[in-house]
Design a protein around this ligand. Structure first.
Ligand SMILES: [Fe+2]
Length: 218
């Protein structure tokens, strides 16, 4: 029998893009977070963001990214990768505007975790985000399995996205072990969770939400 030409279509379900973060961005974000963490308490207060978030990272777990740092990298990197994510879904549309409506660091210590959540905000004053993101700044070199974790189902420190219900050819979850410099873009209403880790080092990431507007069709 000759070669059989097989094509598989996966037209349903959310897509997640993954790309590398620029090294300069890594440096800037790490320095910004370090600066914030060393601020005197009353100034640090302005950066605290945990009260708005779903997770269990404690009072020093989430800090806003300094707006100037965020804007610099929006221009130099994020706009480009968001554009390519959006246009891969809408190849005939042109982007008019990308608005980042919140951006923060996640400083996750041993045993801390983020339960299943989305970044939708139906009752708030901000527009619902089109996309959410996560980027990894520092991952413990020894992210040991948490007690009881099975060899065949490793999840320590992983992120897991969840959507719909599973079937034989339909997966409902997608789990990834984070790597430094990985940057993911996904729909803002896609459920996700972060598992605890068991390292003495912090697992540090950042996230932001953005609204994408396309140019009107003539
Ligand atoms: Fe999240």
């Amino acid at each position: 029998m000759g070669k059989i030409n097989v094509k598989i279509f996966k037209p349903f379900g959310s897509s997640i893009s993954m790309q590398d973060l620029p090294l300069e961005l890594m440096k800037d974000f790490k320095a910004d977070l370090e600066m914030i963490r060393q601020l005197p308490e009353e100034e640090k207060q302005n950066y605290r963001f945990g009260f708005k978030l779903a997770g269990g990272l404690g009072k020093d777990g989430e800090f806003l990214i300094t707006p100037e740092v965020m804007l610099k990298w929006k221009r130099n990197y994020f706009d480009e990768v968001i554009k390519s994510y959006a246009e891969s879904h809408y190849p005939n549309r042109e982007i008019q505007r990308i608005t980042i409506n919140s951006a923060w660091y996640n400083y996750q210590l041993k045993n801390q975790w983020n339960p299943l959540h989305t970044h939708s905000n139906f009752a708030g004053i901000q527009e619902n985000p089109s996309i959410s993101t996560v980027g990894y700044l520092s991952i413990p070199s020894d992210m040991k399995p948490i007690e009881g974790e099975k060899e065949h189902n490793k999840f320590s420190g992983c992120i897991e996205w969840r959507e719909g219900s599973e079937g034989m050819f339909q997966f409902a979850t997608y789990k990834k072990e984070p790597k430094e410099r990985d940057f993911y873009i996904f729909p803002g209403n896609l459920e996700h969770q972060v598992y605890p880790h068991n390292s003495e080092e912090p697992r540090i990431s950042f996230s932001f939400n953005a609204v994408i507007k396309f140019k009107p069709i003539d």
